[in-house]
Design a protein around this ligand. Structure first.
Ligand code: BGC
Length: 254
């Protein structure tokens, strides 16, 4: 039987879960999506997570992503969700609501783990950064395949402003920017990032990476190789499942 794990991705607009076949990242059952409660307060979100677990009749461990800093199960920032998450023992809250042992990690870190294992970062060494361009900008930094968690490169200050406010995919949509104008902003941001960490590869993810032909060729002044992500919408779910599996193996080895 395939080794499986339930991965759940908490996003600004939707909470999505799927049972993941860990050998290849495919879903063994159809993905299940519920709108993110507005406001996205912890208890309301935990309730939805319990609903996802119930939907899949799942009783094993789960992996869950969160769109902010997560250290040892505590959520420490909340750029695009309710501020009530800041300083919260979120892993404990989710575990209690779902009845499942929970691994909780940053959403971009989860997406990055999946991209490195099964997507555009497979077999790549050196410094690799995976960026998710959506409501905000998420980042996952890898050195020789090892994750440095919670890098938060979306909040680099560029021209006195949070980079994600100017260069996330949301900025393009809300300000109705042409691909050219948005690519210009993205080039400035990537130039800053490159000056700080000199990556050899930048993987661009998030929904907009499905349209990478519109903006990747327009990026200028960046030395690093830039490629679109391969897993796109499902990377968070797959990475969450992988992280929960790694936690399970670690626990078993103790
Ligand atoms: C958050 C990050 C998150 C990213 C994508 C940013 O605003 O600070 O933690 O990974 O959005 O959701």
């Amino acid at each position: 039987m395939a080794r499986e794990m339930l991965g759940i991705d908490i996003g600004g607009s939707g909470i999505k879960g799927a049972v993941v076949d860990l050998s290849d990242g495919t879903f063994t059952r159809e993905r299940f999506r519920v709108d993110t409660p507005q406001p996205s307060k912890p208890k309301a979100v935990a309730k939805v997570l319990a609903q996802v677990v119930e939907h899949f009749e799942w009783d094993g461990p789960i992996g869950v992503t969160y769109p902010g800093v997560v250290i040892d199960g505590v959520t420490l920032s909340a750029a695009n969700v309710s501020k009530r998450w800041i300083g919260l023992e979120a892993r404990a809250l989710v575990a209690e609501a779902t009845g499942c042992e929970t691994t909780l990690l940053n959403d971009a870190d989860a997406a990055g783990i999946a991209e490195m294992r099964l997507g555009a970062g497979r077999g790549r060494h050196g410094t690799v950064v995976v960026l998710t361009l959506g409501t905000g900008i998420g980042s996952a930094l890898f050195t020789d395949g090892v994750l440095v968690p919670n890098t938060e490169f979306g909040h680099l200050q560029v021209d006195g402003e949070d980079a994600e406010i100017r260069a996330a995919a949301r900025a393009r949509e809300e300000e109705d920017l042409s691909w050219k104008k948005w690519a210009k902003r993205l080039s400035v941001y990537l130039g800053h990032l490159e000056a700080l960490i000199s990556p050899s590869l930048i993987i661009v993810g998030g929904g907009v990476s499905k349209k990478s032909e519109h903006f990747l060729p327009l990026l200028k002044g960046v030395r690093a190789e830039i490629v679109p992500a391969r897993l796109v919408n499902n990377a968070g779910i797959v990475g969450a499942a992988m992280a929960a599996d790694a936690a399970r193996s670690l626990e078993a080895a103790r």
